[in-house]
Design a protein around this ligand. Structure first.
Ligand code: FES
Length: 105
């Protein structure tokens, strides 16, 4: 069993300003989202094809993939609109002193 660890990902203000922010850290391509005052994190790679979710549109807590317009709930990673059918990985996040940390394990 691997040990979870938290890693700094971004300033919370930057996530809020952009709504969707791509972050590459510690070998992981991630997307951070600002939804109703909460921060969420998923893998940035769409599970349907070769596209970055961070380049899509965030609509009511769902990220729309820019390539085929599949959608995922950024809180759960579950697909909500075809052609996306496999969930995208979600990561635990926390904010401390205005800094966003992601738990990688
Ligand atoms: S690549 Fe994302 S829906 Fe097809």
């Amino acid at each position: 069993m691997s040990t979870p660890y938290w890693i700094y990902a971004a300033q919370w203000a930057d996530v809020q300003a952009h709504e969707v922010l791509p972050v590459s850290t510690d070998g992981h391509d991630l997307a951070l989202y600002s939804v109703e005052g909460q921060v969420h994190c998923t893998a940035n790679q769409c599970t349907h094809g070769n596209a970055f979710l961070s380049e899509g549109f965030l609509i009511d807590g769902e990220i729309e993939c820019p390539l085929h317009q599949g959608r995922f709930d950024v809180r759960t990673g579950q697909p909500t609109c075809d052609p996306a059918c496999d969930p995208v990985r979600v990561y635990p996040v926390k904010i401390e002193d205005g800094r966003v940390y992601v738990e990688l394990s």
